[in-house]
Design a protein around this ligand. Structure first.
Ligand code: PLP
Length: 496
């Protein structure tokens, strides 16, 4: 059986999971994918008495076949034994007639922690004795901080984060600016997330630049284009399903729906991996904010990013190019890499592509897609708080709104709503949605929200206001490459 990864744009590529994690993405610009995923079936019966870490061990061993069991288990241990504030790691909470899968109990209070506590641990087993790696990360707010916390102070690894200037919440900005650690570099860029992401990609594809960094330094990515970040996310789909079985909410083998707020399509793609591997899923309900390129794609099969970019109250999803959608196109075109290559060339050239009816229909069999406006986000936060006494963050609220739209189509399959951040991370919009009067500054808004709701503030968010600001750089997008170069020199060459 196959034990290697290939590229979405070239099936001749054959690369081990370790090398795929080290490189981040393929030289042809494509993403690494595991062919014939449905050969990796997981026996659900085997999972039914296991905890999160044990389930993780089984799933990761299948998807990372060249890692030893020892390497996988020690990585899981390091990633999840102390850093989450609950032993369940990702608890499932019943709310009204649906379930919330809370993915925000990690060190930075966003779901990114699940992948980014793990990726650096895997990376340790990938680097050779003389290798150094600089991780480049474009962030719409949450990935940056989660990656910084994951990679902080690890030997032979540095991390550089780019985020949109004035494009993240106050709390997110403070979280990044106050990061300590000897190997952490952070700068705002004058541009939006897509500008950050496309320029990071450009740096990766610049062979001349890679040579300038010297033979022992390589670049890699902490975005969900890296399989080392994506694959740990497959685990919570299996684990949440098993939690529902243990609670008696479903029987082993019953189908469930998952509702997933989406930006780069990484979170929901991990769910699709789980389904391919045998998890009984009926539909994935994919939810965007007003940057609704995907919703339009579901209507006519045209992916067209030529539309205005909106800054919404769910900023971690302010994305027009969902990178991981390329991986779905690979699977849904029956792994036709020439076809994917053509679509991506069209996207590059014209900002749009159109898929065949067959591919669109096949996607619609597994996925439903909709979106929520800012107003609907606030209404949803308020509605669920008043009805169910449950406080959602704005990204989760996007999912809630689209889930309710979908349920009007008469599907009563038990549904799990993925909650991707703590409401305190986006305190302004959450406070506006449920309080009559909102204090002007976010610190007071956070405290008032806590007084009214009695929901505890995660420690890392309560503390962020008191920490010294250590990073204040703002640069233009055309300075990103030279910024990386100088940081590589600082990290790996100037030190004695
Ligand atoms: C990153 C993020 C998302 C979107 O996840 P993708 O994997 O990019 O689709 C949703 N909500 C929050 C809070 C996030 O940080």
């Amino acid at each position: 059986m196959n034990k290697n990864y290939t590229s979405t744009r070239d099936k001749q590529i054959n690369i081990s999971a370790k090398d795929a994690i080290k490189k981040g993405f393929a030289d042809d610009g494509g993403l690494f994918v595991y062919p014939e995923l449905n050969q990796l079936k997981v026996d659900l019966d085997q999972l039914k008495d296991l905890n999160y870490q044990q389930i993780a061990s089984i799933i990761l061993s299948k998807l990372l076949p060249d890692f030893s069991k020892e390497e996988i288990d020690s990585s899981i241990d390091q990633a999840y034994s102390n850093s989450f504030d609950t032993t369940d790691i990702t608890p499932v909470v019943p709310v009204n007639n649906f379930f919330v899968l809370e993915l925000f109990h990690g060190p930075t209070s966003a779901f990114k922690d699940v992948g980014l506590q793990m990726l650096p641990q895997l990376m340790k087993h990938v680097l050779g004795p003389d290798n150094k790696v600089m991780i480049l990360t474009a962030t719409s707010g949450d990935t940056g901080k989660a990656a910084l916390e994951g990679f902080k102070n690890l030997d032979n690894m540095g991390i550089t984060v780019f985020y949109p200037h004035n494009g993240v919440s106050k709390v997110q900005q403070l979280q990044m600016e106050t990061t300590n650690g000897s190997n952490t570099e952070i700068t705002a860029i004058r541009g939006n997330f897509d500008d950050a992401q496309s320029n990071v990609k450009k740096i990766f594809n610049d062979e001349k630049f890679e040579k300038e960094l010297g033979p022992k330094v390589s670049l890699s990515s902490a975005n969900s284009i890296n399989i080392g970040r994506l694959i740990p996310q497959v685990v919570y789909y299996f684990d949440s399903y098993i939690q529902l079985v243990k609670k008696g909410s479903i029987k082993l083998g019953d189908k469930v729906n998952f509702t997933v707020p989406t930006g780069n399509f990484g979170d929901v793609l991990a769910g699709y991996y789980a389904k391919q591997m045998g998890l009984p899923v009926n539909k994935f309900i994919v939810a965007s904010n007003e940057n609704n390129v995907l919703t339009k794609f579901f209507q006519n099969g045209v992916y067209d990013r030529n539309m205005p970019f909106f800054q919404t109250v769910a900023p971690s999803m302010d994305i027009q190019i969902s990178s991981n959608f390329e991986r779905l196109l690979y699977y849904k075109s029956n792994e036709d890499t020439d076809y994917v290559n053509q679509l991506m060339a069209d996207l590059e050239k014209d900002g749009r592509y159109q898929v065949s009816d067959e591919v669109l229909q096949s996607i619609k069999e597994d996925f439903y897609c909709g979106y929520a406006t800012d107003k609907q986000i606030e209404e949803s936060i308020s509605e669920v708080y008043k009805q169910d006494n449950y406080l959602m963050d704005p990204h989760t609220a996007v999912g809630y709104k689209v889930m309710r739209d979908y349920q009007k189509l008469d599907d009563d399959t038990p549904t799990v709503l993925l909650s991707t951040a703590s409401p305190y991370k986006f305190v302004r919009v959450v406070a506006q949605s449920i309080l009559d009067a909102v204090p002007n500054d976010d610190l007071n808004a956070m405290q008032k929200l806590n007084d009214v709701t009695k929901l505890p503030i995660p420690k890392n968010l309560a503390n962020v206001w008191n920490l010294p600001v250590l990073h204040e750089d703002v640069i233009d997008t055309d300075q990103m490459e030279s910024y990386v170069k100088s940081k590589v020199e600082d990290q790996f060459y100037d030190k004695n």
